[in-house]
Design a protein around this ligand. Structure first.
Ligand code: SF4
Ligand code: SF4
Length: 327
């Protein structure tokens, strides 16, 4: 409630509308007595051991488009919800029919808090749940059930004196340990936020066009992050190692075809172009050849939002190379 009162949720009005139903499962699903929490690792199957360094290196290549690791494969909502449904079916086979409802990243559920209170991990200073054996590169899901189960215990926190995630955040969105101002967070700005991106934050986004992983990449516990056993989260063709100019050239049809079944699709082509226009403007600032020419191709785009971000990009001047956030 305090976090909402500060306005840290930005335009994510759905976070405020459900009131106490978010924090009290039985108010959301009457009859709920226990919550089964689950987590599912999502690093792609071909992730190399030094993957954190590999990802930081992308930031040093201003012409490359960076999509957050979790979004490079299939939409996790479907994958995780199907698996939770299967888990509920198997429980029903053992105990008989029971009332239940599964959630994955659903607006009315405080899933990170449920996960940490049930022992899936502790809340890191970046606010995500992390675990000593799995880091934080996993999705969360819950099944609200009408049966009483023995409670699992929370685990103790192991951030200690580390503050690497706070220090590395390019926009200083982690305003205090465990407190995130979503309005400054690149994940929010590139995915949830619908309008113009605040100009002061644009240069700080560098070449991140969908989400941001920095606070997780820097976390020492992510040395222990696990690869997914599923092919679903393997990176799709076109979403890693591509240039900004290539992705900026996608027509709306290209965008819809290539993001079919991907979480990226829901931002739509207009926000996609807005985000890439910012990244191209930052590539101009880094002196990247071809960035201006790519921007110019969309200078007459029908969307005012896209045109304004393109104009901003074209107005940038080359500046000294930015320091790499890599430690
Ligand atoms: S996702 Fe990026 S911008 Fe958001 S808090 Fe983490 S490091 Fe900062
Ligand atoms: S980077 Fe450090 S402070 Fe941040 S979540 Fe990881 S261990 Fe905790």
């Amino acid at each position: 409630m305090q976090w909402l009162a500060h306005g840290f949720h930005g335009e994510m009005q759905y976070m405020a509308t459900h009131g106490t139903r978010r924090a009290r499962p039985a108010e959301l699903v009457p009859g709920t007595v226990s919550v089964i929490t689950a987590r599912m690792d999502y690093l792609p199957r071909d992730t190399p051991p030094d993957w954190q360094a590999v990802e930081f290196d992308r930031l040093a290549r201003p012409g490359e488009a960076i999509v957050s690791v979790y979004a490079r494969g299939r939409d996790y909502h479907k994958v995780l919800r199907n698996r939770l449904a299967k888990l509920a079916e198997r429980i029903a086979e053992e105990v008989g029919p029971f009332g239940h409802r599964a959630f994955t990243d659903s607006a009315p559920v405080l899933e990170a808090e449920l996960a940490s209170r049930s022992g899936q991990g502790w809340r890191g200073k970046h606010t995500l749940v992390l675990d000593r054996d799995a880091g934080s590169m996993f999705f969360l899901g819950e099944i609200y059930i009408d049966m009483a189960l023995p409670e699992s215990e929370p685990v103790t926190a192991h951030c200690g004196s580390c503050s690497a995630c706070i220090d590395v955040c390019p926009t200083q969105a982690i305003v205090a340990p465990g407190r995130l101002d979503a309005r400054r967070c690149i994940s929010y700005l590139t995915i949830e936020h619908g309008g113009p991106i605040p100009e002061a934050l644009r240069p700080l986004m560098a070449n991140r066009i969908y989400g941001c992983d920095d606070c997780q990449l820097i976390c020492p516990w992510n040395k222990f992050a696990k690869k997914s056993a599923l092919p679903d989260f393997d990176a799709r063709e076109g979403l890693t190692g591509r240039t900004l100019a290539e992705l900026f050239a996608w027509t709306e049809d290209d965008f819809l075809r290539r993001t079919e079944g991907s979480p990226i699709r829901r931002i739509g082509h207009e926000r996609w172009l807005r985000n890439i226009a910012v990244a191209l403007g930052n590539a101009v600032r880094s002196g990247e050849s071809g960035a201006r020419e790519a921007l110019a191709t969309r200078a007459g785009h029908p969307s005012e939002l896209v045109r304004e971000h393109v104009a901003w990009g074209l107005a940038q001047q080359a500046v000294d190379p930015r320091p790499s956030p890599r430690p």
